[in-house]
Ligand binder design. Structure first.
Ligand code: GH3
Ligand code: MG
Ligand code: MG
Length: 697
């Protein structure tokens, strides 16, 4: 929600800068260059930002007077320096009620985030820590860029010299254009405002110079030379400002922080030794391990930082608590699909069924061999679906990528950077993104060409692609859409705009995918989408020589439900079973609505005996649910199921479904409310609840 923010400062540049930051974050900025101008405006403001000292002075008594007259707006003081701010402390009273005091020079993006947090009123430690981590990371990036900026400017100066001396060589002016373009984009995004503005001038000049007659070219080049001098000066002063800001912020950019860049796995174990081993392994795999020594700590950690998966040690003396924790984690907002793995010293079959029921994707024996743990971590990361979005940034400018990545990662997105566009297909094969941010000007190939190529490949036809480009002319914009792009973002990127566009595209594409793949009554996959994914499971099992099992379910006497309690009540039963099926089992198990009141499940790497136990427990739960009919009558229901296993019962999806269907028919014939996993002749040998085969994973 945008807020009304009054800005008071005698410095026009400052007003402009802060106003653009605030507008970028969706607020309405009301800049005033003196107190009188602000008099009226503060009456409706949510926040007042005052630069101190104002050239006219007197802002502190003025503010006090306004407070006494009932001004409730939040107050932010921006002092002219750290020293000044220190002195100001004695003059401020509690009655001023200042929410935030900072001092110049400001780093715009960080200031924007601080303002938002002040408006947010989120005073929790978690929010403060998150903000602090973000500031630290951002400052680290800015400081690093401040170090290389002089070299970048030098490179540009050399390129300009070469281009000037060889006016017929179009490649050389192109080089100037490219270099200026990069500094404009990255520098601007990191807060080097003046440098970025000057670069825009040089870039434009380089773009038009070749088309001019020789005498005009000389004029253009001499103007460029003048701007270059200004750039050096601006670069020096902005670098210095930034270094001062960093130094006085008290934040040490190099210190290790919680890195939002990495995949984050929560590991819960009372045994510190085990936590150490996993943490060490995490370092090697670039996975961040969040440690929790107890259940309470685990829940706290899950709330503070977005997790990608959790690995929980099942304590032999209190397994229920551990499974309970898994369920509690899954109930936190955003964690409905959290991939889970359990570790245990004893491979108790009973625990395994419990684990599968609580949603565990993996069950590991302790002690864990390091490669098993490594595989488990990889697996957990891979199956995280529908959670944190995966973004790929393809841009040859490393710094630019890091800046964009930082902003996106701070929002909990998973980001991969690719500087070499020729590797894009391989990268996307291994890391299928949900959205691609694509630079236009890259060595050897343009982003437009990359986009055209991707659109030829069926798999990437619906992938949202956003161009990042400094070329904002009509022609470039048209080309962006003609080549199959969905959107484009001008460089330098305004972080808020970047976030908004990325989120909107992601939401939309997820919504469309859900709409085409999922059934609205049950929330489960439709038959077509289910069949596609089942095909992939079969291919995986064939390749890895593993098993999988499918189960066809059918609600019992459903026609009677419709006839007796009404069609609406019938729908409620379907929705209820759909929800139950989606909350139980592992994230990577498939659940679909096969048609009517028939459902299909598929469990990777499981035998039919294990699947039988898991589905049987759901049947028991389902039977306990009381539904209400159209006239308020209460009733319960049951279902029947038939299970088939690959490759034991068939080698193709068709064969397996046929077998499952025959067994479902058998379950109906034998009185419903049961699950059949074998054919008639050997049925007597197996008793319900048998654990044979359940230990296989
Ligand atoms: P059985 O135990 O042998 O499976 O008996 P049944 O009555 O469940 O089986 P049958 O296939 O005869 O009836 C299925 C009924 O399900 C018929 C159809 O009208 C109803 N049905 C199919 N889709 C929906 C739906 O989306 N909503 C509702 N309310 N009913 C549906
Ligand atoms: Mg039925
Ligand atoms: Mg039926």
């Amino acid at each position: 929600m945008g807020k009304q923010i009054v800005l008071i400062d005698s410095d026009q540049h400052f007003l402009k800068l802060v106003a653009s930051v605030l507008e970028g974050r969706g607020h309405k900025a009301l800049p005033c260059s003196n107190l009188k101008e602000a008099d009226e405006k503060i009456k409706t403001a949510d926040m007042v930002i005052v630069g101190s000292p104002l050239s006219e002075g007197g802002e502190l008594p003025w503010l006090l007077e306004k407070r006494r007259a009932g001004m409730t707006a939040k107050l932010v003081l921006v002092g002219s320096s750290a020293n000044y701010m220190e002195g100001l402390k004695n003059k401020l009273t509690a009655d001023h009620s200042v929410s935030l005091s900072v001092h110049k020079p400001l780093i715009p993006y960080i200031f924007g985030a601080q303002v938002d947090r002040t408006l947010d009123d989120d005073k929790s430690e978690a929010a403060a820590q998150k903000m602090k981590d973000f500031e630290t990371m951002f400052l680290a990036l800015v400081t690093k860029y401040a170090r290389v900026l002089p070299n970048r400017i030098m490179e540009l100066a050399e390129a300009i010299q070469k281009a000037k001396n060889d006016p017929s060589n179009a490649e050389l002016t192109q080089e100037v254009r490219g270099l200026a373009h990069k500094i404009k984009g990255t520098g601007g995004s990191l807060g080097f405002r003046k440098v970025s503005e000057l670069m825009a001038y040089i870039e434009d000049a380089a773009a038009e110079v070749s088309s001019k007659p020789r005498d005009e070219q000389l004029i253009i080049w001499s103007e460029v030379d003048r701007k270059l001098l200004e750039v050096k000066e601006a670069g020096d002063s902005e670098c210095q400002e930034i270094n001062e800001a960093v130094a006085s912020s008290g934040i040490k950019p190099q210190q290790a922080v919680h890195n939002p860049a990495m995949t984050r796995i929560l590991v819960v174990d009372e045994d510190r030794g085990f936590l150490d081993i996993v943490s060490e392994l995490g370092k090697q795999r670039l996975v961040e391990i969040v440690r929790a020594a107890g259940l309470k700590e685990a829940l706290e950690q899950a709330v503070v930082y977005p997790l990608d998966a959790a690995l929980i040690n099942v304590l032999p003396e209190k397994p229920e608590q551990c499974f309970g924790l898994a369920r509690q984690l899954r109930e936190l907002p955003g964690y409905e699909n959290l991939p889970l793995a359990f570790v245990s010293g004893q491979a108790l079959v009973k625990n395994m069924v419990e684990a599968a029921h609580a949603g565990a994707s993996l069950y590991l024996d302790k002690p864990i061999a390091s490669d098993a743990l490594e595989k488990a971590v990889q697996h957990l990361v891979n199956i995280r679906q529908g959670g944190r979005p995966r973004i790929l940034i393809c841009d040859d400018d490393e710094f630019f990528c890091n800046t964009v990545a930082l902003v996106l990662r701070n929002e909990g997105m998973i980001v991969r950077i690719l500087n070499d566009p020729s590797k894009i297909l391989d990268t996307m094969q291994e890391y299928p993104p949900e959205l691609l941010l694509l630079d236009v000007m890259m060595p050897g190939v343009t982003g437009f060409e990359v986009c055209r190529m991707l659109r030829q490949i069926p798999r990437w036809q619906d992938l949202p692609i956003i161009f990042l480009t400094g070329q904002t002319g009509v022609e470039a914009r048209l080309e962006a859409f003609r080549s199959g792009g969905d959107d484009y973002l001008p460089k330098p990127v305004v972080n808020e705009e970047l976030l908004t566009r990325v989120k909107v595209r992601l939401d939309r594409s997820r919504m469309l995918k859900d709409r085409s793949d999922k059934d609205t009554t049950t929330g489960l996959l439709l038959r077509r989408a289910f069949s596609e994914q089942l095909g992939a499971i079969l291919a995986e099992a064939q390749r890895l020589k593993t098993t999988f099992a499918i189960c066809l379910l059918d609600v019992d006497h459903f026609k009677k439900v419709n006839d007796t309690y009404g069609h609406l009540a019938g729908d409620k039963v379907l929705a209820g079973l759909g929800q139950l099926l989606s909350r139980r089992f592992r994230v990577d198990d498939l659940r679909g609505r096969w048609g009517g009141e028939e459902f299909m499940l598929a469990f990777r790497r499981e035998t039919k005996a294990t699947m039988h136990l898991a589905v049987h427990r759901v049947l028991e739960e389902f039977r306990q649910i009381t539904f209400t009919g159209d006239k308020g009558e209460e009733f319960c229901n049951s279902f029947s199921g038939g299970i088939a296993e690959y490759p034991l019962d068939g080698n193709s999806v068709f064969e397996l479904v046929k077998v499952a269907d025959a067994r479902l028919y058998m379950a109906k014939k034998r009185g419903r409310n049961q699950i059949v996993i074998d054919d008639e002749e050997n049925i007597e040998e197996k008793k319900e609840g048998t654990t044979e085969g359940a230990s296989a994973r």
